[in-house]
Design a protein around this ligand. Structure first.
Ligand SMILES: Cc1cc2nc3c(=O)[nH]c(=O)nc-3n(C[C@H](O)[C@H](O)[C@H](O)COP(=O)(O)OP(=O)(O)OC[C@H]3O[C@@H](n4cnc5c(N)ncnc54)[C@H](O)[C@@H]3O)c2cc1C
Ligand code: FES
Ligand code: FES
Length: 1358
């Protein structure tokens, strides 16, 4: 074979020829590091977040057309891109030339907050529009399945993008006076997609409803009519060179790297010869398995064969028995062929095809489906493959080939021989797969249950086939295959055999379920956990299949034989999940036009960096160009939860090419002890490790790859010590970081004595990972003189970084400058934990005297930086018959992990929020901060309050259940009123909670919907709906009084432009935008004249972290203070020249030698809470809000659907309603993830299993409520904060508890249908497992859990 070593491809129209490409090099690393195209981001490195999305275009010679696909650049080997054209976000538009409409619309519709996800989202939608300039909204939503955003809550993104969508049915009124529904669709954003066509009739048109807003309230957050139209003719052309036939098409591409060789043969013969010669070689098409194995599981495959271009593996054709696909066909291609077949062939023939399409709908995101091959899915032999159960149950035929040999095998129970093993011989390859047609009287279904619906791997999945004896309902053939129930896909052989010849009726169902329960068992310690749930799912799926087949038999053979009737309320079990058309209304109070045209306070101004974010121009820490001589650092961390370090051997690591040094505790020149409150942490572990992930050392090398390879080669031995992992264990061993804290008010004993009823209970709430899209990152540059160090950090807390780095380096703080331009999300995770990395990097830079960089990999970030504290609440609550609370005795425990960090402050906030919004006359709450051997937990949006408030709503739901009264009645009865004092004896002023409550009840049509929900539930046995309304009250101020201060620095230059600096960090929350609006109003100049460059410790010193929701309040006032100083100085010049311009006054002041620079300062007044006396003001003021949510659960699988949420939020007089609504929705969605989806799973030994988007699921666009209405409370100015506004960052998060309690409401109805009434415990999050196991029924009864204590579970609640 003739070899070529030249890779030819295009990036943004530029031709690139690369020789000696390293096969381990990904497209993403190449774009970012070699080409400096940093617009494409690294969010996870495992194909799960989409921030690295680019468009890859290639010419398909067979179909003679150019194809554009989205690809995850983090998984795409650069070698795989021969003769393709790559387009990145920089290639489609820029702020300096012209914006692409996708960039413009996302930016201007407020779809970009921190902006880290934005380029990926832009490229996903751009690619869709290249293929289809007129997509439907559903297609836009599907295209975003593989893109995550942690900030926005997605609504704004979808709304901006909906302006590209065509309504699925047009009213055809275009050009007429009434206007076309298309325009209306765009104008109403996510509004009606199908116009009702009732315009002018008595009922009125649906369009009208969207226009009927309360007076003074506006739904217009942006103006779609101002958007530049999409013009497909303006797109960059496909490089003509790639349309030409290759000059030497027979050349085999070969690339040799340090560890791996990539061979891309051009013929099947050559491939088979190579496979015979290298039986251990991997065949790589999509690299979505191999890439993960090599990067995340440290596996090494020295030879890679790339068969993507071999014609015999890339085709499809129909034959007599089915459709044949080459094994290298991508899943997207298979989906399109099967869809066409389903549309064209008789329905009975395509039962298997429809099932595959249903599985593909929820299979990864489009970026993965576009490259992943069917052969890869089969040959990986994953126990949770989504396709293998379907292929096995349907008996697909597989053609296997080796040199000179070909054989066809059926995929049956013998195909998979063990964990990730098949009967395929090492020298064989999978050539093709035939997916069979079905015949009349044959039925097929596939089911999958995952933690999240979109883009998630299955917990259990299955394929089910039955064929009946002609003209009967007697089973002739049966195939039941399951994934997730063993180490490989399994065939329920015994069950299938026993059921042959049986009639398809209830007794067969009964028998099938007991057979399956016996056959598909799992050890109680089975990897993956959820044992009872998984076993129950096998029966639930069969039950659904049974009903579906009955239904189909009834339809197909109603005249031929008697088919068992299905009770009408059972039909709900057969419905597949369908998405509802999204709709949303966002309302805010319009500000009347002011006297000053430059006054934009109150206007929905777009985030000032949104254009830079959408074009990829916005610079994040790791986007800084590499410095001369720069080195890269990789952490070496503990694999034990608690142990003495016996030895550390870095000798092998130091042999790795490019390694400079290995650092440990002895390399710290200053203090190795560190910590924000107690000095109970180490820069590097010294002798003892106290959690898995404890930083022991660090490797410094020339490249990231070398540093990481070497870090893995460091050998550490341990002497294990007994760890404490859970809250329960900490309680048993009295392992606490600090003494208990107590707040007591009223007379608790008397309160209980006066109560009509008393309930005791407890609730556990799991932790939460921040999952900011930008992981922790630091670049440290030693300045070479006087111990100076400049450090760029992705942090919310530059001052702490400065302090801790100075401490570790043993220099005064004045030698360290910490600089932050922006961060890609923080949510509390970068408040104190950033210093964990930055001190290590600074020590490395100090030691090597060279710049050092480290951006944590997603799995490292999740392992070492901690998250939200898990909580346990134990309560006793006394109340009257009408539900009025009389007394509460509460114990709160939080799992703080191995160091205190700021968990004491988190607990303080929990102590102050355990009432949620309810008046408790007699209260006692005692808190315990548990010390365990987990990674230290930390701040997270809400800071302990959401946990305490969820426990409050838990005892409230118990009261409601016990009283038997409507929940909303009991809740309202207990709400705080104006003038009430809290149990911390703070008098409440301007209490807006009942206003929000009543408005939310009305906006949501609560009472009518309650009736509708009840009706629905009567008619459906296996789907239940639930409805809940939940209030929140959130105290605004840092609990640590000294932090309630801020500084600002305002420079006016002689051209009149203003450079604004303040102590807050821009992390997507729009702080800089609000601060510029504030300064603009204060100075009376346009926003365009004001710029914020960065936050740095050498401009504004001693800053508080950007946290506690108070950054606008504090920094806004400090800015106002500085501006007032400047205005005072300018006043004489204004008086002297009243008709002059801003620039005139500035010039005059300068010429008169007046300082045009002023510092501002602010401290929140009257904060004086006294813990000993339990009195004084703990908070400056409170923010209020109420949400009402409706959900639908699937009682058989635990799945749920968010149908609708209405929110009323009090943000005072909003500084910027677009930013505030973005915070409300983003906070709400983060809460929705917290309460229903996101589950951190730990081994009993304290190892975190969930370390990336593959295992840990944050909400995706598919999770937002189908209808999401947000209204900012009218007429509620707040005299306590800047321009009458209110803080908004954290308060809305808890409103997502309305979804949790709506789920609980639905479960309650399901339990009642099974004859079980009364209160029950539902811990958080309400995952499918918890929902299903709470919906008790016969099926779950057939899968009893093992006796606790008789086995070691795979995972535990911590
Ligand atoms: C973010 C993400 C989400 C995912 N979601 C899902 C999901 O929802 N459901 C699911 O089932 N899977 C999922 N996967 C797993 C994966 O995408 C699929 O298994 C995919 O089909 C693998 O195809 P590939 O071409 O990328 O495989 P590659 O990584 O290229 O190869 C995988 C393996 O198959 C072998 N192989 C490939 N082709 C052949 C052949 N013709 N003959 C012999 N051996 C061969 C290779 O040697 C290699 O060992 C996901 C993966 C990622 C990264
Ligand atoms: S970085 Fe590629 S998908 Fe997350
Ligand atoms: S804006 Fe999407 S992750 Fe921040």
């Amino acid at each position: 074979m003739k070899e070529s070593h030249e890779l030819v491809f295009f990036v943004n129209g530029r031709k690139i020829v690369e020789k000696n490409v390293d096969p381990e090099l990904t497209l993403l690393t190449y774009l970012r590091r070699t080409l400096g195209l940093t617009g494409t981001k690294l969010g996870c490195g495992e194909g799960g977040c989409g921030s690295c999305t680019v468009m890859v275009s290639k010419y398909n010679r067979l179909e003679k057309k150019i194809m554009h696909i989205t690809v995850n650049a983090c998984l795409a080997p650069l070698c795989s891109l021969h003769r393709t054209a790559v387009t990145t976000v920089e290639g489609i538009g820029s702020s300096t030339t012209q914006l692409h409409p996708v960039q413009e619309r996302i930016a201007k519709s407020h779809g970009s907050q921190c902006g880290f996800c934005t380029p990926g989202i832009v490229m996903s939608v751009y690619t869709l529009l290249r293929n289809n300039p007129d997509p439907t909204m559903a297609e836009i939503e599907d295209t975003l399945q593989g893109n995550l955003c942690r900030c926005t809550g997605y609504r704004a993104i979808l709304e901006g993008l909906s302006t590209f969508a065509k309504p699925s049915k047009c009213c055809v009124q275009s050009g007429k006076q009434t206007g076309c529904c298309k325009e209306q669709f765009a104008a109403n954003h996510l509004g009606p997609s199908n116009c009702c066509g009732q315009e002018g009739t008595e009922n009125g048109c649906c369009k009208g409803q969207f226009g009927a807003n309360p007076p003074g309230m506006s739904p217009r957050l942006f103006e779609p009519s101002a958007f530049k139209p999409l013009d497909p003719t303006q797109e960059p052309i496909f490089p003509p060179e790639l349309l030409l036939p290759q000059k030497s098409p027979q050349d085999t591409l070969v690339f040799k790297g340090e560890r791996v060789t990539w061979i891309q043969p051009t013929t099947l013969k050559e491939l088979l010869v190579l496979k015979g010669r290298h039986p251990e070689a991997r065949l790589v098409v999509g690299n979505t398995e191999v890439g993960i194995e090599m990067r995340m599981k440290n596996m090494l495959y020295p030879i890679i064969l790339a068969p993507a271009h071999i014609p015999e593996m890339n085709f499809s054709c129909h034959n007599d028995t089915g459709i044949l696909f080459g094994a290298a066909c991508t899943l997207s291609y298979i989906g399109s062929v099967l869809k066409q077949a389903v549309d064209q062939l008789p329905s009975y023939k395509t039962e298997v095809f429809k099932a595959i399409l249903e599985q593909l709908r929820w299979f990864a995101g489009q970026q993965v489906r576009n490259v992943a091959a069917v052969g890869g899915n089969i040959m990986t032999a994953s126990p949770i493959s989504d396709l293998n159960p379907v292929f096995m149950a349907s008996g697909c035929l597989l053609t296997l080939s080796s040199e000179g040999c070909k054989r066809i095998v059926r995929m049956d129970q013998d195909f998979f021989t063990g964990y990730r093993k098949t009967m395929v011989k090492p020298q064989e390859i999978l050539l093709s797969i035939e997916i069979p047609y079905t015949k009349k009287g044959e039925y097929f279904s596939a089911y999958k249950q995952a933690q999240r619906r979109d883009d998630d791997i299955a917990i259990v999945n299955c394929g089910m086939r039955v064929a009946f004896k002609e003209g009967t309902d007697i089973v002739e053939e049966l195939g039941l295959s399951y994934g997730g129930m063993a180490v490989n896909t399994v065939f329920a052989k015994q069950t299938c055999k026993q059921l042959l010849g049986k009639k398809w009726n209830r007794s067969m169902l009964q028998e099938a379920c007991s057979l399956l329960a016996d056959e598909l068992t799992l050890s109680p310690s089975a990897p993956g956990g959820m044992v009872q749930f998984r076993r129950t799912l096998t029966l639930s799926f069969f039950f659904k299949f049974y009903l579906t087949v009955l239904q189909k038999l009834g339809q197909d053979f109603k005249n031929d034989f008697q088919v068992e009737a299905i009770p009408p309320d059972y039909l709900s079990a057969t419905e597949l999940f369908h998405k509802d058309q999204p709709s949303a209304v966002q309302l805010f109070q319009e500000v009347p036009p002011g006297e000053c045209p430059t006054d934009v306070v109150g206007q929905p101004l777009a985030h000032l960096s949104s254009i830079q974010q959408a074009t990829g121009e916005a610079i994040y820490c790791d986007d800084l160009p590499r410095f001369e001589n720069e080195l890269y650092l990789a952490l070496v961390t503990s694999t034990e939860a608690h142990a003495k370090i016996s030895s550390i051997d870095a000798s092998e690591a130091l042999k790795v090419a490019g390694v400079t040094c290995f650092l440990t505790a002895k390399d710290v020149p200053g203090s190795n002890q560190t910590g924000p409150i107690f000095m109970d942490e180490t820069v590097f572990a010294d002798g003892v490790v106290t959690c898995v992930g404890h930083v022991i050392g660090a490797i410094v090398a020339d490249t990231e790859a070398h540093a990481q390879t070497a870090a893995r080669a460091v050998n550490i031995t341990y002497e294990k010590l007994k760890p404490i992992i859970t809250i329960e264990e900490a309680i048993t061993h009295k392992s606490f970081h600090m003494p208990e804290k107590k707040i007591e008010n009223g007379n608790i004993d008397l309160g209980f004595a006066q109560s009509d009823d008393i309930i005791e209970g407890e609730m556990y709430i799991g932790g939460q990972e921040h999952f900011y899209l930008e992981t922790q990152c630091t670049v440290a540059i030693p300045r070479g003189e006087d111990g100076e160090m400049e450090i760029f950090v992705s942090t919310q807390n530059p001052t702490q970084i400065q302090t801790f780095v100075a401490l570790a380096l043993g220099v005064p703080a004045n030698r360290v400058v910490c600089r932050v331009k922006r961060i890609g999300g923080g949510f509390g995770g970068k408040e104190t934990r950033s210093s964990l990395l930055s001190t290590v990097v600074a020590v490395a830079a100090h030691k090597t005297k060279r710049p050092v960089r480290c951006s944590l990999k997603r799995d490292e970030d999740m392992l070492v930086t901690g998250g939200r504290n898990p909580f346990l609440g134990r309560y006793k609550v006394g109340f009257q018959k009408n539900g009025k609370i009389v007394a509460l005795d509460l114990k709160l425990y939080c799992n703080a992990g191995n160091s205190l960090d700021i968990s004491s402050a988190v607990m303080s906030r929990a102590l102050f929020h355990m009432d949620n919004a309810y008046k408790i006359p007699n209260a006692r709450v005692i808190s315990y901060v548990c010390k365990t051997n987990l990674t230290s937990n930390t701040a997270f949006r809400g800071f302990g309050a959401p946990q305490a408030m969820l426990i409050a709503e838990c005892w409230m739901s118990d009261i409601v259940a016990k009283c038997g009264l409507p929940s909303e009645q009991v809740q309202r009865l207990n709400l705080y009123q104006e003038g009430d004092t809290t149990y911390t004896n703070q008098k409440l002023e301007a209490v807006n909670i009942t206003k929000c409550w009543d408005e939310c009840l009305e906006n949501s049509s609560f009472h009518n919907r309650r009736k509708a929900v009840d009706d629905f539930n009567r008619q459906h046995r296996w789907k239940k709906r639930g409805l809940a309304i939940i209030p929140t009250k959130f105290g605004i101020s840092f609990n640590a009084t000294f932090l309630n201060q801020a500084g600002a620095l305002v420079h006016i230059y002689t051209d009149g432009s203003v450079l604004l600096t303040h102590g807050g960090v821009e992390m997507g929350q729009g702080l800089h935008t609000k601060m510029v609006q504030t300064a603009s109003k204060a100075l009376g100049i346009p926003v365009s004249q004001i710029h914020i460059s960065e936050t740095s410790t050498n401009t504004v010193p001693n800053t508080s972290p950007t946290a506690a929701s108070v950054s606008s309040d504090l920094n806004g006032m400090a800015i106002l203070n500085a501006c007032q100083t400047l205005l005072e100085r300018l006043e004489p010049f204004k008086v002297a020249n009243p008709k002059g311009t801003w620039k005139d006054w500035i010039s005059a002041a300068y010429m008169d030698r007046v300082s045009l620079s002023a510092a501002g300062f602010y401290r929140t007044p009257d904060l004086n809470y006294d813990w000993d006396k339990n009195e004084g003001r703990a908070y400056n003021y409170y923010s209020y809000g109420v949400a009402c949510s409706e959900v639908e659960i699937d009682c058989l699988t635990g799945d749920h659907k968010n149908l609708r949420t209405d929110i009323v939020m009090d943000v005072g007089s909003s500084l910027n309603p677009a930013v505030d609504i973005g915070q409300v929705e983003g906070g709400f969605m983060q809460g929705l993830g917290y309460f229903t989806l996101e589950e951190l799973r730990y081994s009993p030994g304290g190892v975190l299993y969930t370390r990336g988007p593959g295992a840990y699921k944050i909400p995706s666009a598919g999770d937002i409520p189908a209808q999401l209405n947000v209204s900012l409370l009218r007429e509620s100015p707040n005299r306590k904060a800047i321009y009458s506004s209110k803080a908004v960052g954290e308060p809305p998060l808890f409103l997502a508890a309305s979804v949790f309690f709506a789920i609980k409401d639905a479960i309650g109805t399901a339990r009642a249908a099974a004859g079980k009434t009364g209160r029950f415990c539902l811990n958080s999050p309400a995952t499918p497992e918890r929902i299903r196991t709470a919906c008790i029924d016969e099926l779950i009864g057939m899968c009893p859990p093992a006796e606790p204590g008789t086995f070691t579970p795979w995972n535990i609640e911590v």
